[in-house]
Design a protein around this ligand. Structure first.
Ligand SMILES: CC(=O)N[C@H]1[C@@H](OP(=O)(O)O)O[C@H](CO)[C@@H](O)[C@@H]1O
Length: 707
């Protein structure tokens, strides 16, 4: 908005550094203040309101005035309206002062007649975009020919060389999302567990969670626009569709993070250019981070709590110490004298673990596969995905010298965690050593049993009094607790959680966005995918009660249990699954129980299973239902799978749970059945799974499922 004052001695000299922010209706009004010959003026940067206003500040009376943009050069010619005191809530208008500014200046009253507020029928459009420069910027990042981008379970992921246009465009989208939600968003450059030559992008909503599902189609739309003109058109469509023009405030920002991939730096440039192509939105480089750290920062910054990387480490470390201090007496010394050996997948988790360890001396960790020269490539024969799928030790681990040791694996961006140990050869019937995997399911049961213990204490019951579903706690009421899993969960874990812990288990499709959303419906929602993604969520209501109980209860067991749960809520990432905070949680629970990995593993025995992955020409052909446990299309497929499963059940005497079908949307993933796209298309004419070329081409279907 144009400043009204004549240029004079004081014209445009800034008076206040702090930004001035007033909330107006559902928009926010932000401006800087300067002193002109007519007094002190507030220059608004952006207004998206049902009425268009400027704000001026009456220095002698400490008054605010709000007026319409003047059609004449002299706004003071407008009829008078009563100025409103600074401290006034401005409620005669739909205005609320959200931050006041210190009064520093005493210039003369600017106008003889204060201006008035004048509603305007249609606000003039405030362009977010300079379409010409957006087009110009987009021209610098042309999309690769013949590539179709598809927003997968958690964003885009492909060969890094193909990504600059997509990253630029996701920068634009993250900026639009920031304006639309009036919050700070995030953009993480990572391809997680995928090979080092790939990269990708995950977008973070102001809640700290994944990008809203309703915006995923915009991502596809932008990423696949064939040229700059179509891209600009698509951006304008989104702005219109989401009515973004009317929502803007200032202070919109996108936090940018990246993992250690070499392609990260140049893709970061593309992301910067994308964000800054949207007027008024700032991009802030947060440096090299784990994916969960960026989610955590976005969540915290939007909640106005300290959100730097040091804050992250400090918060985790403090909660870990609290849990150590609250370890029940009488358990004796911890059995975990040995270091935990962590395979960091040659990724970002290694350095972050070093940093965490610096502020958490009682965490005894030895890091391997840290990505240093000579240690190997990111995710190559190492990391949580490798260990979980292959069930063999990662590179850098030796079956004999590391046997029985406490080990864990992260993935490349440290949002997955699995634990494992290698059984000594004499304890296995095989000729080679056997890796004992403690995957996301085992972690979920460990966490759930700990949470249930604490609830039992809060309930005033003995820990031995058995399963307590939906615990009634004096002073709070019923605490709704559930464990959220996907179709990949091992049936033995589900049975244990339901029957031994007495907890509800909910199934959702694969992808953190689904599990997280479901977990948030409970007072305590523990979610984990078998691959090691997961966390524990607490409802605001229950957390508030826990805080009160932790401070108000008399010294005793109940107070301790409340304090433990508060510490858990601070240590375990509330935005997304986080391998580093999950390590601290696992270590805390093992210390609390004085358990070794072997004792933890003995909670239940996994049913044997094998996961097979088949690349198909077009995964979108396949539709699943019942949280991905059944094929809905092609329609004959499920019947054939059932028949085949039935046959193998008979011949191999395998249990039904072993052969349940698991299908995932990102690629076609069967726990058991192998088929190819071509075969699905020939389905009606001659398909017989057991005889298919793919099946014969491997070591054989029977052998595959026996492993
Ligand atoms: C944040 C997120 O949703 N991550 C997804 C994604 O894992 P990444 O570790 O982010 O690659 O793909 C997995 C397999 O499809 C799925 O299990 C998981 O939930």
């Amino acid at each position: 908005m144009r400043a009204a004052g004549r240029r004079g001695q004081h014209a445009r000299s800034p008076v206040y550094a702090p930004p001035l922010v007033a909330r107006v209706g559902d928009g926010r009004l932000t401006g800087s203040v300067s002193r002109g010959s007519r007094g002190v003026r507030v220059h608004t940067q952006r207004i998206n309101l049902s009425m268009c206003v400027s704000v001026c500040f009456h220095p002698q009376t400490l008054m605010w005035c709000v007026r319409s943009p003047s059609p004449s050069p002299s706004p003071c010619a407008s009829p008078a309206a009563t100025p409103l005191p600074l401290t006034h809530s401005l409620c005669s208008f739909p205005y609320r002062l959200v931050s006041s500014i210190p009064f520093l200046c005493s210039a003369p009253l600017p106008c003889s007649a204060p201006p008035r507020c004048l509603p305007m029928a249609t606000p003039p459009p405030i362009p977010l975009l300079d379409t010409a420069s957006l087009r110009q910027a987009a021209l610098r990042f042309p999309p690769p020919a013949g590539v179709k981008f598809s927003y997968g379970t958690a964003g885009f992921r492909t060969d890094a060389a193909l990504l600059p246009s997509t990253i630029f465009r996701m920068g634009v989208l993250a900026a639009l999302r920031s304006i639309c939600t009036q919050g700070i968003t995030g953009l993480m450059l990572t391809a997680s567990h995928n090979p080092v030559h790939e990269n990708g992008v995950k977008l973070v909503d102001p809640s700290g969670g994944m990008l809203a599902v309703s915006w995923e189609s915009y991502s596809d739309l932008l990423a696949n626009a064939p040229d700059a003109d179509n891209f600009v058109q698509a951006v304008e469509d989104i702005i219109r569709n989401e009515k973004i023009q009317e929502r803007g405030k200032s202070g919109e920002k996108v936090l940018l993070g990246r993992d250690t991939r070499p392609s990260g730096q140049s893709l970061l440039e593309a992301a910067f250019k994308g964000v800054e192509a949207v007027r008024g939105v700032e991009a802030q480089d947060m440096g090299i981070l784990t994916t969960p750290q960026l989610h955590w920062m976005v969540r915290c910054i939007n909640k106005r709590v300290p959100a730097t990387e040091s804050d992250y480490f400090r918060t985790l470390s403090k909660a870990f110490s609290t849990l150590s201090d609250l370890r029940p007496s009488g358990l004796g010394e911890c059995t975990d004298h040995e270091n935990l050996i962590v395979d960091a997948a040659n990724g970002v988790g290694a350095d972050k673990l070093f940093q965490l360890q610096k502020v958490t001396p009682s965490l005894r960790v030895q890091v391997r596969n840290s990505g240093l020269e000579g240690e190997g490539l990111l995710n190559d024969g190492v990391g949580a995905d490798f260990v979980q799928k292959e069930k063999i030790p990662p590179r850098g681990f030796d079956a004999s010298s590391d046997s029985s040791k406490r080990c864990a694996s992260l993935d490349g961006d440290a949002d997955r965690l699995v634990y494992f140990y290698i059984s000594p050869m004499e304890q296995t019937d095989a000729t080679s050593a056997c890796l004992q995997l403690l995957d996301g399911d085992k972690i979920a049961t460990l966490f759930s049993s700990y949470i249930m213990d604490q609830l039992q204490i809060l309930r005033g019951k003995s820990l031995l009094s058995g399963a307590i579903p939906n615990t009634e706690i004096p002073g709070f009421g019923t605490v709704k607790v559930a464990v959220i899993q996907t179709a990949y969960a091992n049936g033995a874990s589900t049975k244990y959680i339901k029957q031994v812990l007495g907890l509800e288990v909910a199934l959702t499709p694969t992808g953190v966005k689904h599990l997280h959303k479901r977990a948030a419906q409970y007072d305590v929602g523990i979610y984990f995918e078998a691959n090691g993604h997961g966390t524990i969520l607490f409802s605001d209501n229950f957390l508030q009660w826990l805080h009160d109980a932790a401070s108000l209860e008399e010294e005793g067991q109940r107070k301790q249990a409340a304090r433990r749960l508060v510490a858990v809520s601070e240590m375990v990432n509330q935005a997304v699954g986080d391998a580093l905070s999950s390590i601290l949680m696992v270590e805390s629970v093992l210390r609390y129980r004085n358990w070794s990995l072997q004792q933890w593993n003995a909670l239940y025995t996994d049913l044997p299973s094998r996961q097979l992955k088949v690349t198909v020409a077009d995964r979108s052909v396949f539709k699943t239902t019942d949280a991905e446990t059944k094929v809905a299309f092609p329609s004959l497929l499920q019947g054939a799978i059932d028949t085949l499963v039935g046959e193998y059940c008979r011949t191999l005497e395998v249990v039904m749970e072993f052969v349940a079908l698991k299908v995932v949307g990102n690629f076609l993933c069967f726990m058991l059945v192998i088929l190819s796209y071509q075969e699905v298309h020939n389905w009606k004419s001659n398909i017989s799974f057991g005889q298919s070329r793919e099946v014969r081409g491997r070591k054989g279907f029977c052998e595959a499922i026996r492993n």
